[in-house]
Design a protein around this ligand. Structure first.
Ligand code: FAQ
Length: 328
């Protein structure tokens, strides 16, 4: 059984030697592709990086429910509504697995939620764009879930066990999300002239923000090098972005839609698509939370947290009553 070690090291030098030994053992386990588990020793910076990334990921899942929720009452058929409802519930579930994984690192759910509500914690830029038409729901499934999977497949082999295991189930569900979004857009792309225009307009607005989801370019990504050394990240932002572009361009062609990038071109020499410049000014502005949507998103989360406080209180009261009964 694990017991927390409260003893103080004899002196600073002894502590340093001990930490050097532990660090060497930790590095060797990471290099051997072992999973690091919650009760294992880990460097403090590794723990902090994981809390940052996993909690941002969790926040993205729950804030990501909002743009889609905007279309629940306006889905074009009962079938589409049932699919959308199931997808949004899945995203909520992903948030819960991820919050639980973050909690194994010694942070509480309340601390994580407070960081989101106060604006200290980030969530993915993609969810600060509005969903203007039904085609946006198809585009979110196809492009946003598509980009999320590209990143998350690699995270199934991340070095922290609880995060990697959460990712296995999440990837299975995201894969269904991607397919339903593509199918919804396929129907529009093969529909009336107006429906086709709507699908193209959605692709025009979601293409560039989807590429931004992978994060800043490698030469401007402060966390990447260390995260890759620790095998938290398995591939760089640009590598994953390129893989997404290469996979998605043929899918757009199959729909008969055009990617809104005049510089996009197959490069025979590299066997990849070359593409135009991403507007990184826009990316950083959205990260800073500029624009009305960001304020609405956080306010919606705060309102949900406050209005539903009675659910948490009732659940806690029920649990307390049960444990008193069991003790009696
Ligand atoms: N948005 O040094 P890097 C989904 C920040 S889930 C906002 O490259 P890192 C499901 C970054 O945090 C989508 N901020 O950082 C769904 C860092 O700031 P910090 C979410 C961003 O961590 C679908 C700074 O920039 N997925 O969509 C973004 O090594 C449909 C410097 O960047 C994940 O979170 C951004 N796009 O790499 C739900 C996957 N990009 O914290 C509903 C897990 C970067 O130092 C509907 N996360 N930043 O102040 C990751 O893989 C990584 O954290 C990256 C960033 C790749 C996002």
């Amino acid at each position: 059984m694990y017991t927390v070690d409260y003893s103080k090291p004899q002196d600073a030098r002894a502590a340093q030697v001990e930490d050097a030994d532990r660090l060497a053992a930790f590095d060797a386990r990471v290099a051997a592709d072992d999973f690091i588990e919650p009760k294992d020793w880990m460097p403090e910076a590794y723990r902090k990086t994981l809390i940052r990334q996993i909690s941002q990921h969790a926040h993205s899942e729950v804030v990501g429910m909002l743009p889609e929720g905007n279309w629940l009452t306006r889905a074009p058929s009962l079938r589409r509504k049932a699919i959308l409802l199931a997808k949004i519930q899945d995203e909520g579930g992903h948030g819960l697995y991820l919050y639980s994984a973050a909690e194994t690192l010694g942070v509480t759910r309340e601390e994580l939620i407070e960081a989101l509500h106060s604006g200290r914690a980030k969530y993915s830029t993609i969810f600060n764009y509005p969903t203007l038409t039904w085609a946006d729901i198809g585009a979110i499934g196809w492009l946003v879930d598509g980009a999320a999977i590209m990143n998350q497949v690699a995270l199934q082999r991340t070095s922290y066990g609880p995060y990697a295991r959460a990712m296995v189930r999440i990837c299975k569900e995201e894969s269904f999300h991607q397919r339903q979004g593509y199918e919804a857009l396929m129907v529009l792309a093969n529909g009336t002239h107006a429906q086709r225009r709507m699908a193209q307009d959605a692709l025009n607005r979601w293409w560039w923000p989807s590429l931004m989801m992978f994060g800043p370019p490698d030469d401007n990504s402060p966390n990447s090098a260390q995260s890759i050394r620790w095998r938290i990240k398995r591939e760089t932002n640009d590598e994953l972005r390129q893989r997404f572009i290469d996979a998605t361009v043929p899918q757009a062609e199959a729909l008969g839609l055009s990617i809104p990038d005049p510089a996009l071109k197959w490069n025979e020499a590299t066997q990849h698509y070359d593409c135009g410049q991403i507007d990184w000014e826009e990316f950083y502005a959205v990260v800073r939370g500029e624009g009305a949507t960001a304020k609405d998103r956080i306010q919606a989360r705060i309102d949900a947290w406050e209005k539903n406080a009675w659910v948490r209180e009732a659940a806690l009261a029920h649990a307390a009553k049960r444990s008193t009964k069991q003790a009696a």
